[in-house]
Design a binder for this molecule. Structure first.
Ligand code: NAD
Length: 483
């Protein structure tokens, strides 16, 4: 009796698989979950997360039929549109988010064309007496992506390239403060993708993202993997969802400047990195530790390179506005950043302290001790604190403490290799730049490629198409062996 039941079961599974093979579609999900039937969207824009995920799931089945060539079409479209619309989309994002600097919103979109694509997926082959084995990189299915307000369209674009190059489709829950421009970009991508590939909804997005849509997305049976780009709250929420999450979390990148550094170049590099988009970059220099021996000379170079110093009184006025220090502010046990000042420029910060900042000033700085809020918190605005340290040991120790174990990014300016090694080992950060601005870590002024999702918390590093793949071994025993 038991054996006949098993035979029936095996027969029915074989029939299902054959039926699916015949009509070319992916096998029905075997998890027993109720996968939702896709509803019609408007160029990838959906009102709810379940419909967006279901549509992306159907698109995944269609995308598979187009092979590598289909993925390449999508990657090329995203790169092409980001280049063609850099001005228009930069302005759109700037107008909606009202943070950072327009020219840098445009520069970020310009950089999308240089991202890795399908060519990044290189299978690994083994051949021997027992045949041939390939290890290949295969997609997960639908990837749910959460994006930050600091780089809305760039993160959407960059995630699409990595996710689709790996063969997946994507559904986005953007930050509410940058959702409108993200929706416009998704519509433009889908218009071209549908025209060239004939597949709707390879990229979908929730029109009005909320915490509820986040929860719906992270619990959707149609979503196989998450990629989270944001601060500590969303990383925690995603990791608690039970789904595998690639987490590009927060940072507080320190810089150390020692006595061997080229101080003029260090000053210029730090100003470039910290003032880029008014310090919205998660990799941006947030606090600087300078060795006593060169402290005064470095400050002179910093001024010469264009940074403007604020005094203690002015710093106090800006700090009072930038942080809510009341115990339990916003339900937190630590001071809460005033979101209104995130991405604020030097002139705006100066005006809080009654300071006339000359137009074109890139960055403010202040001399502080290590306990200052601007050192301890990820402030994301155009003011960096500078702390005097006795020696390299103290500089590295304080850099490590103020990075808070995020293992995100750090920088050192030194010609002493032992100091580089000391800091590398102590901080163990995902991105470690020697003698360059933080942007050199993303291929701008340094070697390498970029991504707007640097998976620090979960350790995948600067995300590429490989990040969004499963590894599969494909073995052919004995046959095809030509020895
Ligand atoms: P944020 O954490 O406020 O928002 C990020 C995303 O998470 C948004 O889509 C937001 O709507 C959502 N979100 C926030 N809290 C949530 C919660 N509790 N539940 C569900 N969803 C939630 O961050 P932001 O201000 O948009 O971006 C800045 C932060 O992101 C900084 O901490 C920065 O370091 C980090 N960041 C990291 C990277 C990286 O690659 N590691 C890149 C960019 C930004």
């Amino acid at each position: 009796m038991a054996s006949s039941l098993n035979e029936d079961l095996v027969r029915s599974i074989v029939q299902d698989v054959l039926a699916n093979l015949n009509n070319g579609s992916a096998p029905a999900p075997s998890c027993g979950c109720a996968h939702k039937k896709a509803a019609a969207g408007n160029l990838g824009v959906f009102e709810d997360a379940s419909s967006a995920a279901a549509a992306a799931r159907e698109a995944f089945t269609e995308l598979r039929k187009k092979g590598m060539a289909g993925r390449r079409v999508v990657v090329d479209i995203v790169k092409r549109l980001c280049t063609a619309k850099q001005q228009e989309w930069g302005e759109l994002e700037f107008a909606e988010t009202k943070i950072g600097r327009l020219e840098h919103k445009i520069a970020k979109l310009q950089g999308i064309a240089g991202l890795p694509g399908v060519e990044w997926l290189q299978p690994y082959g083994m051949s021997g007496d027992h045949g041939i084995t390939m290890e290949e990189f295969t997609p997960f299915g639908v990837v749910g992506a959460i994006t930050p307000v600091t780089h809305s369209i760039p993160t959407v674009a960059c995630n699409i390239i990595n996710i689709v190059a790996a063969g997946n489709t994507a559904v986005f829950n953007a930050h509410p403060g940058g959702a409108k421009c993200a929706v416009e970009a998704v519509k433009a991508f889908n218009t071209e993708i549908e025209k060239e590939l004939g597949i709707p909804n390879i990229v979908t997005i929730i029109r009005e993202p909320t915490i509820e849509s986040f929860n719906e997305l992270t619990s959707s049976p149609d979503v196989s993997l998450l990629v989270i780009t944001g601060g500590p709250g969303v990383v925690k929420a995603a990791m608690a969802s039970g789904k595998r999450a690639i987490c590009a979390g927060p940072g507080n990148p320190p810089v150390v400047v020692d006595e061997s550094a080229r101080l003029d170049k260090a000053a210029r590099d730090i100003i470039f990195g910290a003032s880029f988009d008014n310090n919205l970059l998660c990799i941006g220099e947030k606090q600087i530790f300078v060795l006593d021996k060169v402290y005064d000379s470095f400050l002179n170079e910093f001024r010469r390179a264009g940074a403007l110093q604020v005094n203690d009184q002015q710093l106090a006025a800006i700090t009072a506005e930038a942080f809510d220090t009341k115990a339990g502010a916003g339900g937190c046990s630590h001071p809460v950043l005033n979101r209104d000042l995130v991405g604020a420029g030097a002139e705006r910060l100066g005006s809080i302290a009654g300071l006339q900042v000359p137009t074109g000033t890139e960055l403010l700085f202040a001399e502080t001790d290590v306990d200052h809020l601007f050192v301890q918190e990820e402030q994301m605005m155009s003011l960096v604190p500078i702390v005097r340290v006795r020696d390299i040991e103290e500089g590295v120790r304080l850099a490590k403490e103020t990075e808070h174990g995020y293992k995100h990014s750090s920088m050192i300016h030194t010609l002493n290799v032992e100091h580089m090694t000391l800091m590398a080992q102590a901080l163990d950060s995902t991105l470690f730049v020697k003698n360059g601005s933080c942007l050199a870590g993303l291929g701008s002024g340094g070697e390498g490629y970029a991504s707007f999702s640097i998976a620090t918390t979960t350790g995948e590093g600067i995300t590429t198409p490989m990040t969004f793949t499963r590894k599969r071994r494909c073995v052919m025993v004995d046959n095809l062996n030509q020895f």
